[in-house]
Design a protein around this ligand. Structure first.
Ligand code: UDX
Length: 457
């Protein structure tokens, strides 16, 4: 990316400490740095980013309270984690930010850029008189739905029982009731989710701007709706990862990277199924078996991120028992994998980062959403952009028949060919939006940089 003249201003980033939130925030930091801003990152103890990969940023670590044995939050349950962090980070974050701002040797702080889930930062920004811009790491389609969630609750959609789950949400075509976040959870979880969403939307409405990792050619209708709903400038400047130089990774991931990329090198173009369900979703022991058997029976080579940190023994047993053509890893360099010519399909949980990465590399998807807004993303992938096939969980989780059918649709049926063609068109759009001088994301980044320079404390 082109380097701009230094702007003499610092931007302070504050990511939520989960992979799917830290990665896009750091990518955004790289984009802002390339556009002339100095970048300060305030981060929690938990999941600290690797500062050595971003030597041009300044990092400050704060306590998050997660090492306190009595805390009620688990990192695999965002409904408990997010409210906890919003309370536990308040004091340390405010103290750290005060220090950063009052550092007389530093450039003036132009603004904060915070994850949309850190709603407590609204108060801090007011007290310290620092403008606050919000990064929502999900898509415009789900954020638009979130703005209407209280209304949909009022209409009874969140209380719908089993037989009605297939019904359409008439206000949000083509979404179905079953696509609503937390629809199958307990009433108390639904309430927690609603509270999170209400806080996120209301503090985004009161911010100095909203940044989304998306592009107009993909989500213009949802972006138009959001622009009607939210009285703040909205910048769609994705796909972020296409605008960044890869960070130098010196972690143990490098070992897998070499192994699975050289494994991919040995395969025919578009022959491999890449399987990854992101960094949070957990796979049940019975599902490991179903996945492994179906992939093996499909006769296709597959690269599977089994994330044994969630189930070490099962993955180890399965990988030693398999005799087909597969590569099973704990973690893969996903961007490199998706851009590899051997990869012909991406079996994904439809986390937003994975969705954007799959689209911008033009890899057709098999969609198995797990939680949060992933069902919404999946519906858009399968029914709006029509670049993937749905592979829903059955009553007992992932089921053999459904998996086999999805793989057949994508690789053997005419439908698969059509999906591939549409995906190529979308990949092209993703690339055009970054074009210097004329692409929508390219111009939006320019607009964002000017907007930040005009913000007044
Ligand atoms: C999730 C989802 O974004 C979202 O649905 C929800 O709001 C909470 O966070 P996650 O489950 O991690 O995050 O999925 P995703 O958004 O796809 O992000 C995963 C990131 O990790 C991607 O950038 C992907 O490239 C990376 N990754 C994943 C790897 O680099 N290697 C892997 O093996 C797996």
């Amino acid at each position: 990316m082109e380097q701009h003249q230094r702007k003499g201003r610092r931007v302070v980033l504050f990511p939520v400490p989960l992979k799917g939130h830290i990665n896009p925030m750091l990518h955004l930091g790289q984009i802002l740095h390339s556009n002339g801003f100095s970048v300060v990152v305030i981060h929690t103890n938990f999941n600290s980013p690797d500062a050595s990969s971003y030597r041009h940023f300044t990092f400050h670590r704060i306590s998050d309270g997660l090492d306190d044995q009595d805390h009620p939050a688990t990192t695999s349950n965002v409904l408990s984690l997010f409210p906890y962090l919003n309370a536990s980070c308040l004091e340390p974050f405010e103290a750290c930010l005060r220090e950063v701002v009052s550092d007389a040797a530093g450039e003036p702080v132009a603004c904060l850029v915070v994850d949309a889930h850190f709603h407590f930062t609204q108060g801090v920004s007011k007290r310290l008189r620092i403008p606050r811009i919000v990064l929502r790491t999900g898509g415009a389609c789900s954020f638009h739905l979130f703005t209407a969630l209280p209304l949909l609750k009022g209409k009874g959609y969140l209380q719908v029982q089993d037989p009605k789950l297939e019904d359409p949400i008439v206000e949000f075509p083509p979404l179905k009731v079953k696509d609503l976040p937390a629809i199958s959870s307990s009433d108390s979880d639904k309430d927690k989710l609603l509270q999170l969403v209400i806080s996120m939307v209301s503090t985004a409405k009161n911010s100095a701007g909203l940044i989304l990792n998306t592009f107009e050619g993909l989500e213009q209708p949802s972006l138009d709706e959001l622009r009607r709903e939210l009285p703040v400038p909205i910048f769609s400047i994705g796909p972020f990862h296409k605008l960044c130089r890869p960070a130098n990774s010196r972690s143990s991931v490098a070992h897998n990277k070499a192994a699975c990329i050289s494994w991919l090198d040995k395969h025919n173009p578009r022959s491999v199924i890449y399987v990854s369900f992101g960094s949070i979703a957990e796979t049940k022991e019975s599902e490991f078996e179903e996945i492994a058997c179906c992939l093996r029976n499909s006769g296709r080579p597959f690269l599977w991120v089994a994330r044994p940190d969630s189930d070490v023994r099962t993955a180890a047993r399965i990988s030693s028992g398999l005799a087909g053509d597969e590569c099973i890893v704990k973690w893969a360099p996903q961007l490199e994998v998706l851009s590899h010519p051997s990869v012909g399909a991406f079996w994904t949980h439809c986390g937003w980062n994975s969705t954007m990465e799959g689209i911008s590399e033009g890899v057709p998807m098999i969609c198995t959403p797990c939680f949060a807004e992933q069902m919404v993303n999946s519906r858009f992938i399968c029914d709006v952009w029509r670049v993937g096939v749905e592979l829903e969980m059955g009553r007992n989780g992932l089921e053999r028949g459904r998996i086999e059918r999805a793989i057949r649709r994508l690789f053997q049926e005419k439908e698969g060919e059509e999906i591939r063609n549409r995906m190529n068109d979308l990949k092209e759009k993703a690339s055009l939006c970054l074009k210097q001088g004329e692409g929508s994301s390219f111009n939006a980044i320019d607009g964002l940089a000017r907007h930040i320079m005009l913000l007044e404390s």
